[in-house]
Write a new protein. Sequence first.
Length: 134
Amino acid sequence: MEITTPLIDVLGKFLDLTSTQFKLTSSNVANLDTPNYRTAGIDFASEFSAAASQVLAARRDGSNGEPAGTTASALSDGAPVVQRVDGLLERPDGNNVSMDREGLNLAKEQLDYKTGIGLLQEQLSVIRSAIQAQ
C-alpha cells in the first residue's frame, strides 16, 4: 500500500527538477575550459508548472493517482527540456560559461533543495502522526 498526498507527489517532481539543475550546473562548471562549450540550463518555472499539472491531473483523473492506462514510471519519464542559455558573454575560445552565474545558480539550487526536503519532511510527519493516532 502506498501512502502519499498530492503535495508529496509535487514535491517529488520539484526535487527531481532541482537535481537536474544541480547536474547541469556541475556540467557547466566542469566544461569551463572546453572550447566552444555552450552553457546549458532548464526553464525551471515552466518545467515545474508542467510537471505539477501532470501529477495533479493524474491524481484527479486516474485511480491511485494515475490516469487510465498510465503507470507511475511513465509519468516520471518526462525529462525536462535542456536548452542553451543565450545572452552570456562569450570568451575568444567560444565558451560562454560564467563562474559567477554558476555560483549563484548553485546557491539557489541548494536553497531550493533544502526547502523541498523541509516541506517533504513536514508532510511525512503529518502522515506519521495520522498513522500513529489510529
